[in-house]
Write a protein that binds this ligand. Structure first.
Ligand code: G6P
Length: 606
């Protein structure tokens, strides 16, 4: 994971880089560091802990320079510590680097260099890059970068500075994202667009094997044969405000509250003429005899919801696979399989590998991605873009909701093409679909109630989520959200499965969150509710259940009602309550909601 940034310009790089790192902290927050050219060589300040700790160290410090690099770390090799923090500088103090990725052959390279007398100071894989670059450097940084790239195995996005060429900032990537931002006062490299949005929305997306050479005056691009490349400067539609908290205490709450708009924008993107609609319309579903959805984390949960929707509407069987499993299972797929990759970042290592595996077997790949220019967006045969805008909180909310929307529309369009859904029913379904943003807004009227229930859960050791069918699918996401940010153990179970094990964990006052939007299964889920209540549990029922009678459960049942909507779209409403519930549990515990411990948003390592 990790976030990197670099700047070459007219301004002092230190505050510019620190500010950019704030927008990359979602990628890792075990330590942070910065290096600039000072009067006597590199000035490097690096510090274990959050970026705030680095900021305190920098307060009152006099370091300044017009070219610099910065890093925020999610530790892989070597514990979080000052010495393992980036930037890493070679032992001759000639080359400084920041690295996102993993160098798989670092041990071999390190041993080779140690035999030549190079002394390493950290336990990281990344230090080998700085040491190797110094070893290769013969007066031309570009030649060095090309040689280093040839020697490294694994993945990397690198920012590199050299003492003998102090005006240059060089960047190169393989399998990790890197953009180049062009502003009036200078030029940037960064792991992601929000890091530069304050300064510019004009970016180049660097590809594998391309080298970017930045000075304060511009950016040039070369290939590994040192030949110049012409790249297209893209304009990003995300605004600077969209990557700011805008008065909310946390990005997560802001992003939850943005969902009605995100739903509206994403619906619009696929219903009105444009790229998304033509992709969704263009796919000939009859060419496939199998659909596989593969993803990680919440994106996987979106796939589980979609399985119910696709199977119900299209009457085709759909497999949902964790990308980390799919990539190694020798999947039974071929040219008649449509593989759908779902990913907010478009950079999740396992999802990228799953996509490449699917392509190598001849399957057709369709991605649903939030970040334009990301690896999955670019490499998949087809791409649908979610209109969630930048998502900063580590726990995804609005991007998940946008993914669901695109998956619903895809399923409905496929159903029409397969002759399983008459055009009139499609039109009816879509007009209901368009009510989603307003109904999502209605949920915010219950915020006080959600907050009250959440405040009672701070002491819970375990919370269970149950549902049946599509409600079970969204229960998975409710449970994941809660454990991610509140550190309360939680599991999601299909209601019918409770009695096969989990019910033994129910004790006096254990909280069970039951989701109920499937009218035909209301009686079934209420039987599960009775079963757990009779064993001492308290139940929070979430759904559209006008027949619910909390008063007849002796204070053991509470109810949060949802606006009525067709069962197929109900996860989009349930999930907002579940997100708010998790958010307020974590807020009541006083936790660092946007940066939960040990997690990172963009998981670019296996
Ligand atoms: C991390 C994030 C999750 C996300 C998952 C997959 O675990 O914390 O919120 O769902 O990665 O990420 P992707 O970018 O592929 O959707």
């Amino acid at each position: 994971m990790c976030g990197i940034i670099g700047y070459a310009g007219n301004r002092n790089a230190v505050p510019v880089i620190v500010d950019g790192l704030k927008k990359l902290e979602y990628r890792g927050y075990d330590s942070a560091g910065i290096a600039v050219f000072g009067a006597d060589g590199f000035d490097v300040v690096k510090q274990k802990g959050r970026l705030a700790a680095l900021e305190s160290r920098l307060e009152g410090s006099v370091i300044a320079g017009n070219v610099g690099i910065g890093h925020t770390r999610w530790a892989t090799h070597g514990e979080p510590s000052d010495v393992n923090s980036h930037p890493h500088v070679g032992s001759k103090s000639k080359i400084a680097i920041v690295h996102n990725g993993i160098i798989e052959n670092y041990k071999r390279l390190k041993e080779r260099l140690e035999r030549k007398g190079v002394r390493f100071v950290s336990q990281t894989d990344s230090e080998v890059i700085a040491q190797l670059a110094e070893y290769y450097y013969k007066g031309d940084l570009m030649d060095t970068v090309i040689k280093v790239s040839g020697a490294l195995e694994g993945s990397y996005a690198l920012g590199i500075m050299c003492l003998d060429e102090p005006d240059l900032l060089v960047a190169v990537r393989k399998d990790n994202p890197l953009i180049v931002g062009v502003a009036e006062h200078g030029n940037f490299i960064a792991s992601d667009v929000p890091a530069v949005l304050k300064h510019t929305n004009k970016v180049y997306y660097l590809e594998d094997g391309e080298i970017a050479v930045l000075t304060k005056d511009g950016a040039d691009f070369l290939n590994m044969d040192k030949e110049p490349l012409k790249k297209r400067l893209e304009t990003v539609s995300w605004s600077f405000d969209s990557a700011e908290k805008g008065g909310y205490p946390h990005f997560m709450l802001k992003e939850i509250m943005e969902q009605p708009k995100v739903l509206k924008d994403t619906i619009h993107s696929v219903m009105s003429n444009g790229e998304n609609k033509s992709v969704a319309d263009g796919l000939d579903i009859s060419a496939f005899d199998k659909i596989v959805i593969t993803a990680c984390g919440s994106a996987y949960n979106a796939g589980v919801v979609a399985k119910y929707v696709f199977e119900r509407l299209c009457r085709v069987s759909v497999e949902v696979e964790l990308a980390s499993e799919f990539r190694y299972k020798d999947a039974v797929i071929d040219g008649k399989t449509l593989v759908i990759l779902v990913s907010q970042s478009g950079e999740t290592a396992d999802t990228i590998a799953a996509m490449r595996e699917a392509k190598s077997k001849g399957a057709v790949t369709l991605s649903i991605v939030n970040v334009i220019g990301s690896t999955i967006a670019k490499e998949a045969d087809y791409c649908l873009l979610t209109s969630a805008g930048p998502e900063i909180a580590v726990a995804t909310t609005k991007a998940f909701s946008a993914q669901l929307v695109l998956l619903y529309v895809l399923a409905a369009r496929f159903a029409v093409k397969l002759g399983k859904l008459p055009p009139e029913s499609f039109a009816e379904l879509m007009s209901e679909f368009e009510t989603l943003p307003d109904k999502a807004k209605e949920i915010f009227e219950h915020i006080d109630l959600i907050q009250k229930h959440a405040s009672e859960c701070v002491v819970c050791k375990s919370i269970f989520f149950i549902g049946r069918n599509i409600d079970y699918a969204i229960a998975l996401e409710g449970s994941l959200k809660l454990k991610e940010i509140s550190y309360i153990h939680s599991e999601a179970y299909a209601g019918g499965e409770l009695k096969h094990g989990t019910i033994s964990l129910i004790e006096e006052d254990t909280l069970v969150v039951a989701i109920s939007n499937c009218k035909r299964l209301y009686g079934k889920i209420m039987s599960n509710v009775e079963q757990v209540i009779s064993r001492g549990a308290k139940v929070l029922l979430i759904g559209c259940c006008p027949e619910a009678e909390p008063s007849s459960y002796d204070g053991k049942l509470s109810y949060i009602g949802l606006p009525e909507i067709t069962e197929l779209f109900s996860p989009s409403l349930s999930v907002i309550v579940l997100q708010l519930f998790s958010y307020y549990v974590a807020a009541n515990k006083g936790l660092d909601i946007d940066k939960p411990r040990n997690l990172a948003k963009s998981v670019t390592v296996e």
